[in-house]
Design a protein around this ligand. Structure first.
Ligand code: FAD
Ligand code: UDP
Length: 376
């Protein structure tokens, strides 16, 4: 055997694993079927701007060990995610905070905002009581209970139904629970202690993780499985779990996003990295303007052009990138059947968002690999 580990997939899971294994003196080969390394955090450089090709990525964590780990590879900048919502030309700050409440109702104090929200919550509670339920049965009931009808109608309903392709009344309540509601003037989308973007872009992070690691791109594990398997004692597999087992129980479902990238000859298109379009009549969910992740102040204008991406959420089919696992009962049951096979497979570690069929943010992926390594 030439290698201790064959690592299938060069996303954050595979790259972090390769980094730690190499530091521990193991020989690794990382292969990826795409023409580049980095998985979904890969950026394409257009006119000096790092374009997040597979969707906007903002790193955030409260775990100091993970934050120090990534910053030792490449320093992170001070980017703070503060998206704005556009509802039929009306602009609102996100997440829901005193700025949003002021824009929605003209209120200026937490007490006045709370009074309006409490009234609307009470309405939702009595509607549920009339229906004879105590726990919200779906996302709509949860949102009405959390924040009331005005914000639900303008900032949640349209966006969520476009994103998931289903009615809010058919979606699970938990999706909306992670959105913060704050009675302070604070537009920071995340509650985490640390956030930012790698200086110079995510490719720098991947290059740093894979420094002195052998890699091959345009290399599909399934194109010559026996050959790749013959190279290493153990395999770290980060591709789709159903594909590893030849889809023998059937295919797992995903939601995907179609990106329409556009280069514009102006320095500043929308003045913010992220603008959500929350009404149902706009077909896309949001517009990303990539330069605002890394350029601040005058630097925005020093680069004469800009790149924007409109995001269209769609159902996944063969040939499209699988992005978001669909955590409904049927898919969860199917995944568990594959997981039983994976648990019994000797010499293979299944990890990351595709192999674990799990929506993972970046920091938890890295944390998982660090812990796996500690325990080995
Ligand atoms: P991936 O990055 O998907 O890597 C898997 C790799 O395996 C791919 O490169 C693939 O080509 C390769 N592969 C698959 N099959 C084979 C095969 N047969 N042979 C060879 N190679 C193969 N997280 C955040 O923390 N903040 C965000 O703002 C954020 N935004 C996101 C936006 C979108 C649209 C999406 C989809 C995810 C977002 N995430 C975000 C999550 C983040 O992308 C993941 O946490 C991270 O990419 C997981 O890394 P991974 O290595 O598990 O998977
Ligand atoms: N959401 C919403 N309006 C917005 C942004 C988010 O209703 O302007 C809802 C939507 O249902 C989404 C959920 O909040 O699925 C979580 O949003 P977040 O941005 O955290 O999720 P992501 O897009 O990263 O999956």
């Amino acid at each position: 055997m030439q290698y201790d580990f064959l690592i299938v997939g060069s996303g954050l899971y595979g790259a972090t694993f390769a980094h730690l294994a190499r530091k521990a003196g193991k020989r690794c080969l990382v292969i990826d079927k795409r023409p580049h390394l980095g998985g979904n955090v890969y950026c394409e450089n257009i006119n000096g701007i790092n374009v997040h090709k597979y969707g906007a990525h903002i790193f955030h964590t409260s775990n100091k060990e993970v934050w120090d780990f990534v910053n030792a590879i490449v320093p992170f900048n001070r980017y703070t995610n503060s998206p704005v919502a556009n509802y039929q030309g009306e602009l609102y700050n996100l997440p829901f905070n005193m700025n949003t409440f002021h824009q929605m109702w003209g209120v200026a104090t937490p007490e006045d905002a709370r009074r309006i929200i409490e009234d609307q919550r009470a309405e939702a509670k009595s509607a549920m009581a009339a229906a004879g339920v105590t726990e919200p049965r779906n996302l709509e009931e949860q949102a009405l209970l959390l924040i009331g009808r005005d914000i639900y109608e303008k900032l949640i309903k349209g966006y969520t139904e476009k994103q998931w392709g289903r009615k809010c009344t058919d979606l699970p309540a938990f999706i909306i629970r992670r959105l913060p509601v704050r009675f302070v003037y604070d537009n920071n989308y995340f509650n985490d202690k640390y956030q930012g973007i790698p200086e110079g872009g995510y490719n720098k992070l991947i290059e740093g993780l894979l420094e002195r690691v052998e890699t091959r791109t345009d290399a599909d594990f399934f194109a010559d499985r026996a050959y790749w398997e013959s190279l290493a004692d153990r395999i770290v597999y980060t591709g789709p779990i159903d594909e590893f087992f030849g889809f023998r129980f059937g295919k797992l479902n995903y939601r995907t996003v179609r990106f329409e990238h556009e280069v514009l000859d102006i320095p500043n298109y929308q003045g913010n990295a992220v603008i959500n379009y929350t009404s149902a009549d706009v077909p896309f969910t949001r517009i990303i303007e990539h330069k605002h992740f890394e350029l601040f102040g005058q630097a925005v204008y020093d680069s004469p052009s800009t790149v924007i991406s409109r995001e269209y959420s769609t159902e996944w089919k063969e040939g499209l990138e699988p992005y978001y696992p669909v955590n409904d009962d049927a898919n969860t049951a199917l995944y568990l059947k594959y997981k039983t096979l994976a648990d019994a497979e000797e010499g293979v570690i299944f990890g990351g968002r595709l192999a674990e069929y799990k929506y993972y943010d970046m920091a938890p992926v890295i944390e998982k690999v660090i812990n796996l390594y500690k325990n080995e």
